[in-house]
Ligand binder design. Structure first.
Ligand code: NAP
Length: 345
């Protein structure tokens, strides 16, 4: 099969960026023969470990070894300048989330689109806080800005609605959107104390630097903001999402729910009626029984249920997602961009 070279610059080379690089290394030949795309990483930019570019292709194995050893990649370059000059068709953005502004991610994506590069991003901040502007800019530039892995890792949340259920008129989204919450609530229900429950989540490597961010519901709240902006073009403030934090006071309730054959979960809900400009968003602790579509999704597992005007509710789930799932979400975006091209190519 004839193939076309697609040059990728990675901005952010932490857990997700590296999982994406590993995926590209592993799947490169198959993608070339099956999708006709020769994916070549031509640049990597980090905050503390410098950057590297090579128009012919960076040695990814070496870059991964250096990153794993916390060795510098090369000279320091500011990320917005880097995306403007790197030899890339697509910028793969995986910088850390800023839940209340998304500012750094927005600046990087804006700079990439302005410089004529499409963007695949795992960062939900820019979706929650800057989607309208970034979509307009991508449209004006004849480029794509895609963000499938920003919510629920590799699960096709945005692509499902955009590609598979066009004009279905989604009215509500409910989901288990935060793995740490699931692990901690399950551990509390087994009689573990709060610190043990958090340690269990930490041992799985899924906890944010500050676990309170997950446990207080901020992570799920930003995901709801991202979905409101993406599905309905109705941005909402993360501070306006009603949240019930997870703390040790929930332990007796969690144990009691388990004794009755039920579970406590942190359920995120988003509702918008076509007649109603108001979006209702909440992250709440709920007791669910075996009749719930989310009951079987224990531990780190995630699920999302869509209600719409035209269909009965549809639920998708992912059993114990890993970093490789998030990396796949980015790869799906890259492949969509590469296969569909932009109106410039
Ligand atoms: N981890 C997950 O399971 C997961 C799942 C879905 C989505 N996400 C999202 O994916 C993104 C990345 O997550 P992660 O877990 O990979 O984070 P991470 O391990 O903290 O890595 C972040 C990377 O971004 C770099 N960086 C920070 N600021 C930068 C800047 N201004 N310019 C260039 N690079 C910069 C960091 O460089 P230094 O190392 O040099 O500081 C690091 O390489 C976040 O937005 C997160 O919310 C994560």
């Amino acid at each position: 099969m004839q193939h076309r070279k697609l040059r990728l610059c990675l901005v952010g080379f932490g857990k997700v960026g590296r999982a994406f690089a590993e995926l590209i290394l592993r799947e490169h030949d198959r993608l070339q023969s099956e999708a006709g795309l020769d994916l070549v990483v031509t640049g990597i930019c980090t905050a503390r470990f410098g950057s590297v570019t090579n128009p012919l292709g960076v040695d990814l194995r070496r870059a991964l070894d250096r990153a794993n050893a916390e060795s510098p990649q090369g000279p320091f370059e500011e990320s917005t300048a880097f995306v403007a000059t790197c030899p890339a068709d697509i910028v793969v953005e995986t910088t850390p989330l800023e839940p209340f502004t998304g500012a750094v991610g927005i600046a990087i994506i804006r700079a990439a689109l302005t410089a004529g590069r499409s963007v695949a991003s795992a960062n939900k901040g820019p979706v929650a806080h800057g989607l309208r502007e970034l979509r307009k800019l991508a449209g004006r530039q004849g480029l794509q800005y895609r963000y499938e892995s920003a919510v629920a890792d590799g699960m096709p949340v945005f692509n499902l609605i955009e590609r598979t259920l066009p004009c279905a008129s989604v009215t509500a989204v409910t989901g288990l959107l935060n793995s740490t919450s699931g692990v901690v609530l399950d551990a509390l229900s087994e009689g573990r104390n709060f610190s043990e429950a958090i340690r269990r989540a930490e041992a799985l490597g899924i906890v944010e630097d500050d676990p309170q961010y997950d446990l207080d519901g901020w992570d799920a709240a930003v995901k709801l903001c991202a979905m409101s902006a993406a599905l309905w073009d109705k941005p909402i403030h993360v501070e306006d999402v009603k949240r019930t934090p997870i703390s040790e006071v929930l332990a007796p309730e969690a144990i009691d729910a388990r004794a009755h054959g039920n579970r406590l979960v942190s359920l995120a809900t988003l509702q918008s009626k076509p007649s109603d400009q108001v979006v209702r968003a909440a992250v709440e602790i709920c007791e669910i029984g075996p009749e719930s579509v989310f009951f079987a999704l224990t531990g780190t597992s995630l699920g999302v249920r869509f209600e719409s005007s035209l269909l009965q509710p549809i639920t998708i789930s992912c059993s114990e997602p890993r970093l490789a799932d998030t990396a796949y979400g980015l790869l799906a975006d890259v492949l969509h961009i590469g296969l569909e091209g932009s109106s410039r190519t």
